[in-house]
Write a new protein. Structure first.
Length: 443
């Protein structure tokens, strides 16, 4: 049974806490192997390794192609549609997965990449996302304990694979990609087997994949645009600054991804709730209650790190501090995500998938133009500025889309609540400056 108000908002918070705990563990595993590999691999090989980690994130988005969101959208209030919906979405993911292997794995050979065979092998793991769709039953009920536990276990498996390869003295960065892919694939298998007992055993007479694809495609392309504007910086930094700079910049990006996790997870968990609130005509107030306080707190917390970016990056080695100016812009971008992620999810909940695609496309265009304009002049800092501009465009675009779509409760005096994010960030930066001065004076 779908949770009812006010229990729904409590379950959103509980699920978000669970996801954050799981992500903290996953991030600890990720930063552990990044720290180890930053020392075990030469600069160019480490840069190539982080570049393909970003490519695989794009590959994940391509394989999904909106099927995860559309599965929730179609079944959150109609659980009887789960069997036919899963059949259709699995068929779509199987096709996109094969195409992904051909493009990424085959592309590595065509580009003459070092370790192309291992890259090809690692590129097969997104095919296991076909099985991961079974977790829709957990998403609909906002019951994330099992998925979080399985993902945490998989993160540990990925780290153990890296440690095992390091113990054997492996210096081939692409082989470490295979170990990490093994951990991700194991989670998808485990999620499917855990969720099977919640799935009805019924015969589906035909796979309605065409109608599902038509509904999912705008969301899928939007998701692909989002992942592209988040990771396309790698292509620009690699082209203008070289492989070594890619590794340095990607550590800053990884820190940003850690910073945005609460906002992204809260929005993801809230989709079924937002969908039901939209049906009741209460979407605007629900988004405001969820997002505005979170946006303000996020701005305050992230601003506290503004003058300590060198120390954060220096954990991975003194050479990584050259990305400090980039990280400062990325902290600002991360703050904007807390607004944009919730608003864009609310647009998804309204069913206006073409509006979602338009916003994501505008974000991608902003990012590409920003990178092309700023990176030649400002190096990797230009890429970070482009990311900041992009997140601002997405947040404002989603707010406009909701207002134009007739969602009440977000305009007028209620819109002043969005000033909490910038205000909190400024206060956090001021405190950070004071702490920096104290630390400098004590030194």
């Amino acid at each position: 049974m779908p949770p009812q108000e006010p229990a729904a908002q409590r379950r959103v918070r509980t699920a978000t806490v669970l996801l954050v705990i799981g992500r903290l563990w996953g991030s600890a595993c990720t930063f552990s192997y990044l720290w180890l590999l930053a020392r075990a691999l030469d600069g160019a090989d480490f840069g190539r390794f982080t570049f393909y980690l970003a490519v695989f994130m794009l590959l994940d988005s391509w394989v999904d192609l909106g099927t995860g969101a559309i599965a929730v959208q179609r079944t959150a209030s109609a659980p009887q549609k789960i069997p036919e919906t899963l059949c259709a979405t699995r068929a779509i993911r199987a096709v996109t997965g094969v195409i992904g292997v051909l493009v990424v794995g085959g592309g590595a050979f065509l580009a003459g990449e070092k370790g192309a065979g291992w890259i090809l092998l690692a590129s097969f793991y997104p095919l296991t996302h076909v099985l991961e769709l079974s977790a829709t039953v957990y998403k609909n009920n906002m019951a994330w304990a099992t998925p979080v536990a399985i993902r945490a276990l998989a993160s540990g498996i990925g780290l153990l694979c890296v440690l095992a390869l390091l113990s054997q003295g492996v210096d081939e960065g692409a082989l470490y990609l295979v170990g990490i892919a093994l951990g991700s694939a194991s989670a998808n298998f485990a999620l499917h087997f855990a969720a099977r007992r919640h799935l009805a055993r019924v015969r589906v007479p035909r796979i309605l994949w065409r109608s599902v694809l038509r509904a999912a495609l705008p969301l899928g392309l939007a998701g692909l645009c989002q992942q592209t504007y988040f990771y396309v910086d790698n292509l620009f930094v690699r082209a203008f600054e070289g492989q070594v700079a890619v590794g340095h910049y990607n550590i800053a990006v990884r820190l940003m991804s850690l910073a945005i996790m609460v906002g992204v997870f809260a929005a993801m968990v809230a989709l079924p709730w937002y969908r039901r609130e939209y049906a009741r005509g209460e979407l605007g107030p629900a988004v405001r209650r969820q997002a505005q306080p979170m946006f303000a707190v996020a701005g305050l917390v992230l601003g506290l790190f503004f003058f300590f970016c060198e120390e954060l990056l220096g954990i991975f080695g003194a050479q990584f501090t050259e990305a400090a100016s980039s990280l400062r812009w990325l902290l600002g971008a991360a703050t904007l995500v807390y607004m944009g992620a919730n608003l864009l999810t609310a647009v998804v909940a309204t069913g206006r998938t073409l509006a979602v695609l338009a916003i994501a496309s505008l974000g991608l265009a902003t990012n590409l133009a920003g990178n092309a304009w700023l990176l030649p002049k400002h190096g990797m800092q230009g890429a970070a500025i482009a990311t900041f501009m992009t997140e601002g465009v997405v947040a404002v675009g989603a707010l406009v889309a909701l207002a134009s779509g007739g969602v009440a409760g977000l305009g007028g005096r209620a819109a002043l609540g969005w000033l909490g994010g910038p205000a909190g960030f400024c206060v956090g930066c001021a405190v950070s400056f004071g702490l920096r001065a104290l630390v400098g004076g004590a030194a």
